[in-house]
Write a protein that binds this ligand. Structure first.
Ligand code: MN
Ligand code: MN
Ligand code: MN
Length: 275
C-alpha cells in the first residue's frame, strides 16, 4: 500500500485535473490519495467520482496557508467531513483573503500607470485563485519586464509596490476548523521553513498546543537523516506521522506521486487515526 497524502491539482497550483491526478496516482501505484489543494476543496467532488470508479481510496484533503511568527506556514487537513460548517467558513475566509490581496496588488500596479492589471492577470489564472505569479505573467506579457524573475524583482517582491501582506486565518483557527470537521491537522513539510532546530521545536510545540495531531515526516524525496530527524520530533511530541509527495506537475521527479521513502517503524502513521 502506498499512501500519498499531499498532492495538488489544477484547482490550485498543480497542472493536472482532479481526474488526471487520480489516474496518474493509480499508474504510480498509489493506493490511498489525498488531494490537498491550497485553501480549496473544489477538486474533491470530481476526484471522488473518478476514484470510486477506479478503486483508489481518496481521502479528503486541503493545504491551508497561515502565518506563524511572521513566517508563512502550511497546515494540511486530512479526512475531514466536507460539510463541516467551520471548515467551509475557513475556506471561504481564505478565498476572501486572497481576493482582497489580489485587488490591492492590482490597485497598486495600476497606480504605477500599468493598465487593466486585474483583468489582465485574471486571464493567466484560469480556475486558480489570482496570485502574484499571474500578475508576473501579465507584466511579462505586456512587456513591462523580460522575465517572471524580473517581475518579482521590480514589482512584486519584498518592498516593491505589489508586496502586499496576506491576511490568512490564524493557525489556531485553521486547526480548529479541520478538527471540528472530524479531520486531522497536519503540520506540512516542517523542513521547508528554513527554521533552526530550536525554532522548529517551538513551532511543533505551538502546533501541538493548537490541537494539531500530525506532522509530515516525509515530504517528497528527502535524505534519510531528515526522515530520522522528523520521525524523532513526531515521536517526541506524540504526533501521528504523515507522508506525501507535494506533487504539482509531472516533470519534477523529486515530487512524483508515491515516490518517496517509507515512514520509519517508530512512527504511528496518520491513517491509523481513521482506520
Ligand atoms: Mn503549491
Ligand atoms: Mn506547502
Ligand atoms: Mn503543497
Amino acid at each position: 500500500m502506498i499512501y500519498d497524502l499531499h498532492t495538488h491539482s489544477n484547482a490550485s497550483d498543480g497542472i493536472l485535473t482532479p481526474e488526471a491526478l487520480v489516474s496518474r496516482a493509480l499508474v504510480r501505484g498509489v493506493t490511498h490519495l489525498a488531494i490537498t489543494d491550497h485553501d480549496t476543496l473544489s477538486a474533491l467532488p470530481q476526484a471522488y467520482s473518478h476514484a470510486k470508479a477506479s478503486g483508489l481510496d481518496l481521502i479528503s484533503g486541503i493545504e491551508f496557508s497561515t502565518q506563524w511568527r511572521g513566517r508563512g506556514v502550511h497546515l494540511v487537513g486530512l479526512n475531514m467531513d466536507l460539510s463541516g460548517p467551520s471548515l467551509l467558513a475557513a475556506v471561504h475566509s481564505q478565498a476572501e483573503a486572497r481576493t482582497t490581496r489580489a485587488l490591492e496588488i492590482a490597485r497598486r500596479l495600476e497606480k504605477l500607470g500599468i493598465p487593466d492589471v486585474w483583468a489582465g492577470a485574471r486571464q493567466f489564472a484560469g480556475s486558480e485563485a489570482l496570485g502574484r505569479p499571474h500578475f508576473a505573467q501579465y507584466l511579462m506579457h505586456k512587456g513591462y519586464v523580460p522575465s517572471m524573475q524580473a517581475a518579482f524583482k521590480k514589482y512584486l517582491g519584498a518592498g516593491k509596490a505589489g508586496d502586499v501582506q496576506q491576511c490568512w486565518l490564524e493557525p489556531e483557527e485553521i486547526v480548529a476548523a479541520i478538527t471540528d470537521a472530524g479531520g486531522i491537522a497536519v503540520l506540512a513539510h516542517p523542513l521547508k521553513y528554513s527554521l533552526t532546530h530550536t525554532k522548529l521545536r517551538a513551532l511543533v510545540t505551538d502546533f501541538s498546543e493548537w490541537g494539531g495531531q500530525a506532522m509530515e515526516v516525509i515530504s517528497g524525496q528527502q535524505n534519510s537523516m531528515d526522515t530520522q530527524l522528523m520521525a524523532r520530533v513526531a515521536q517526541q511530541y506524540q504526533l501521528y506521522a504523515s507522508c506525501g509527495s507535494d506533487f504539482h506537475v509531472p516533470d519534477r521527479p523529486w515530487q512524483e506521486l508515491g515516490a518517496f521513502g517509507k515512514l520509519p517503524e517508530s512512527c504511528t502513521p496518520v491513517w491509523r487515526s481513521w482506520q
